[in-house]
Design a protein around this ligand. Structure first.
Ligand code: HEC
Length: 202
């Protein structure tokens, strides 16, 4: 092998090594994303609202993130059950792209255009970084699909087919029948309502 051929061979080796490294780096990156996504989903506790038994404090870990059996009634709006977040094609997020999951998380917008009930805390997730939102989507897509269609959503006038919790709106404190006048209720002193004192008798 001539000197220049050796050089070319060395260069080719270096390119291969770089390619191999970056390929390996890519695999690593996806693994990191899944781990980061799992970490976030665990600490945010998505499972409370998205796993059977989650809202009773006893999530069925065999059906982790496979959809809730208990919904929420949002008065005036409807009944919402935390859907199946596993990548099942018919009953879960199987047909959603990574970007569609990210959009639902941060803007509440589903691919069909419906905006999710604020019971799903998407408003709180609005400022989540791209890295974290995508890590969650990648993690959800890495789960084993579970076939489970949650009930609903039902409109506020429909009859839900499964149990639900009701969001109770706080009532305003009752106003007293005759509020006692306070200093602040006194009319301001102006020349018109200032009474002139009676003349002093001699
Ligand atoms: C307080 C309960 C609650 C928590 C916590 C929660 N969600 Fe939800 N989520 C819901 C409900 C309820 C819906 C359905 C709302 C609707 O249909 O309008 C929903 C809908 C969704 C959807 C849309 C799915 C679909 O099929 O329409 C996605 C995606 C989602 N949640 C992901 C997550 C992730 C990821 C987390 C944690 C980072 C999370 N949610 C935490 C209650 C919750």
């Amino acid at each position: 092998m001539s000197k220049s051929n050796v050089k070319i061979a060395k260069a080719a080796l270096a390119v291969c090594a770089t390619l191999a490294l970056s390929a390996c780096g890519q695999g690593h990156k996806d693994g990191d994303k899944v781990a980061r996504g799992k970490y976030l989903v665990d600490i945010i506790s998505c499972k409370d609202c998205h796993t059977p038994g989650g809202l009773m404090g006893k999530p069925n870990m065999d059906k982790l993130l496979g959809g809730s059996d208990i919904g929420f009634f949002e008065p005036g709006s409807g009944y919402f059950y935390g859907p199946n977040l596993t990548p099942d094609n018919e009953t879960g997020l199987g047909k959603w792209s990574e970007d569609e999951i990210v959009a639902a998380l941060r803007t509440g917008k589903r691919p069909d255009g419906r905006v999710l009930s604020p019971i799903m805390p998407w408003m709180a997730f609005a400022t989540m970084t791209d890295t974290d939102a995508h890590a969650i989507a990648v993690y959800l897509k890495s789960l084993a699909p579970i076939s489970n269609k949650v009930p609903g959503p039902f409109g506020a006038n429909e009859t839900p087919t499964a149990p639900y919790e009701t969001i109770v709106m706080p009532q305003a404190a009752p106003t007293p029948a005759t509020p006692a006048p306070t200093v602040n209720d006194a009319p301001p002193v102006t020349p018109e309502n200032t009474t002139t004192p009676p003349p002093v008798p001699h």
